[in-house]
Design a binder for this molecule. Structure first.
Ligand code: AMP
Length: 192
């Protein structure tokens, strides 16, 4: 199964991806996690990305496309993968199409977690409070506001992009974690 999880910050993409990893033996490819690892390791990409990420803006398309393309070539992606936080712009989605075609792979489904924006600030605050010393440097009110603006302007149009390809399924992300994951499992059964 090859899928994209779409949804704003705090929608529960990471939580649902983890559940899918446990149940279906597919890998989670989170560009946010990969970039945070690069920041921590102080690689050239990480050094460039840190201030962009802290401000809530997007790192350049070509940087993330390159990271994802290399990651997809690793053997553990053979069983399928969940793209979490990628693509985030229409050019990234077009680049993904091109690179999947080159690799002779097809997406099975795009699942959008639809959430009420008012709930997101609380969810992200809760995540920050539960993270202790590992709190993300972009989980604060200013960066979150920026991340939501960026989502609305640049990422939300991807729902239409994938609807037109017949790949989009929407799930109510305001439901409880287990309910959302049951709904995702139903979609898997349909698509699979
Ligand atoms: P996330 O963990 O998905 O919320 O991502 C955290 C931050 O990493 C984002 O606010 C961006 O600065 C950066 N980032 C992650 N994925 C992407 C992407 N696909 N395109 C551009 N920037 C990204």
């Amino acid at each position: 199964m090859r899928l994209i999880l779409l949804g704003p910050p705090g929608a529960g993409k990471g939580t649902q991806a983890q559940k899918l990893v446990e149940r279906h033996g597919i890998v989670q490819l989170s560009t946010g996690d990969m970039l945070r690892a690069a920041v921590k390791a102080e690689t050239p990409i990480g050094l460039k990305a840190k201030s962009i990420m802290d401000s809530g803006e997007l790192v350049p398309d070509e940087v993330v496309v390159q990271i994802v393309s290399e990651r997809l070539d690793e053997p553990d992606c053979g069983n399928g993968f969940i793209l979490d936080g990628f693509p985030r712009t229409v050019p990234q989605a077009e680049a993904l199409d091109a690179l999947l075609e080159r690799k002779k792979l097809q997406l099975d489904v795009v699942i959008e977690l639809v959430v009420d924006e008012d709930a997101l600030l609380d969810r992200v605050k809760k995540r920050a409070a539960e993270s202790g010393d590992n709190v993300r440097s972009d989980d604060n009110a200013d960066a979150l506001k920026k991340r939501l603006d960026v989502y609305r302007a640049q990422t939300a149009p991807l729902a239409q992009f994938y609807r037109e390809k017949g790949l989009l399924k929407q799930v109510n992300g305001m439901a409880g974690i287990d309910e959302v994951s049951a709904e995702i499992d139903r979609i898997f059964a349909d698509v699979g």
